[in-house]
Design a protein around this ligand. Sequence first.
Ligand code: NDP
Ligand code: HSE
Length: 441
Amino acid sequence: MEPLKLGIAGLGTVGAGLLELLTANGAHFANIVGREIRITGVSARSRSKARDAATAGIPWFDDPVALARDPSNAVFVELIGGEDGIAKAAVEAALNAKKHVVTANKALLAKHGFELARLAEKNGVALNFEAAVAGGIPVIKTLREALGANRVRRVYGILNGTCNYILTQMQTEKRPFEDVLKEAQALGYAEADPTFDIGGFDTAHKLALLTSLAFGTRVAFDQIHVEGIQSITQADIEATDSLGYRIKLLGVATETESGIEARVSPALVYKDSAIAEVSGVTNAVAIDGDFSGNILLVGAGAGAKPTASAIAGDILDIARGLIVPPFVTPTAKLKAHKRAKLDQHYGSYYVRLALYDKPGAMAAIARRMGDRGVSLESIVQHRPQTLHAPGAASHLSKDKAQPVIIITHETTEEAMRKALETIEKDGNVTERPQMIRIEEL
Ligand code: NDP
Ligand code: HSE
C-alpha cells in the first residue's frame, strides 16, 4: 500500500514530540496500519533554530501555506497555534486542496471550528483534533465513536494542565503562583501566551469543542462564561482545605431546560471526590451519557509526548480510512447553541471577605445575605498562616481587616451576586469579595 505522506507545520513542543513518536514507533505504526508513514515536508518560523527534532533530509518549507498546498503530502498536520493568522490560512489551504488535516489547535477550532468542519465535509476529508482537548486523553474519539449513540446530559472536567499544575503546587508546596507558572512554561505545558491558560480561555476553547460534540450544537466559544484562576490566593487554598475542599479550574457544560449552561471557573470540590484527586498536569473529563452513565477519563493534559500520542492516533485513523464528521453530527444538522442564564445557576458558594474589624460588621454581612434569601451553612473568622507571612496580604493588617469565610446553602447565582454587591457598597469590606461555586460532582 502507498505510504501515508505527511506535511508537518510547527516544530515546537508538540511538533518535536510528534517527530520523536514517529521515529520511535514508526515501524510499529506501519505494521498495524499496513502502510509506511512518511514525512514529506516540515515548516516552522525559523529554519536556523537549533532543534531536538530530527528533520535532517526532510524538505523544508518557509511558508506553512505552501506546505499545506504541496502535492507531495496527503495529510497536513498543523502544530503552530493561534486562532487566526497563518494557522488558519494553512488549514484552509489544506482542506481546499482536499488534504486531511490533523491539528492540536483548540483556539482555532473554538473560533472557526464550524466553518472548517463544513469545508472538510464538503471536500470529503478528515479534520481530526484529538490533541486539542485534554492532551493525551482520547476524549474526542470517545464522544465521536464509543459514546456516539448516547444523548449526553453533562460534560465537565479539568481541561488545563497548566492551571491544575499551579493549583496543585500552591496546595501541596505552598509555592507562589508566579513561580509555578514559570515552571509550567519551562515544562512546555503553557500556551505561547499563558494568559490563555490562567485566564480560563484555553479551558473555554476546549469546553466549546466538547459542548459541540456532546450536545450536537455549533461551536460557540462566545457563549461560555469564563473566569480564570488569577484571583485565587494562598488564603483561599488554606481556607478551603480546612473546610474539606480542593480548588480546581473546571469547565462544565450542562444541557438544561432553558438551554446550555457552559462555564469555566475555579470551583470547590470535596477532597474525597475523584476529581479532587486529579493533580499536577493531569486532566480529567467526565461524560454523562443517558445509556453509558457517568464515565471519567483521566490522563496527562499537556506536554510533548501525551499530545503527540493523541495526534498520532488521529493520523492512524486517516491511515485506516476512518473519516467521520468532525463534530460527530454533520454540520448541516448541528443546532444553534442556546445559552442558559448563569444567574439561574443553583448551588452552594464559598465566599471570602476581608471584613473591617468593627462592631456590627459581621451582623451586617449575615443580614445582607438574608435579605436576598441566602442561607448560611457556616461563617467563620479565618486566620490562615499565610495572611501573617511577610509580604502576604499586608493591606489586611494595615486596615485591621479580618478574613471571614462563608459557606452558603444552595441558592441562585443572582441572589449571591446581588448580596455581595450590597455588601461591597456598605463599605464593611476592604476588597472585592471572593466568590467560588461549590460543585457537587
Ligand atoms: P510552540 O510555541 O512550542 O511551537 C510552535 C511552533 O510553531 C514552533 O515550531 C514555531 O516555529 C512554529 N511557528 C510559529 N509561528 C510560525 C509561522 N508564522 N510560520 C511557521 N511556523 C510557525 O507551541 P506548542 O508546540 O506548545 O503548541 C502547538 C499547538 O499545539 C498549539 O495550538 C497549542 O495550543 C497546541 N497544544 C499544545 C500542547 C502542549 O502541551 N504544549 C498540548 C495540546 C495542544 P519556531 O520553532 O521556529 O519558533
Ligand atoms: N496549555 C495547555 C494546558 C496545553 O496547559 O493544558 C494543553 O492543551
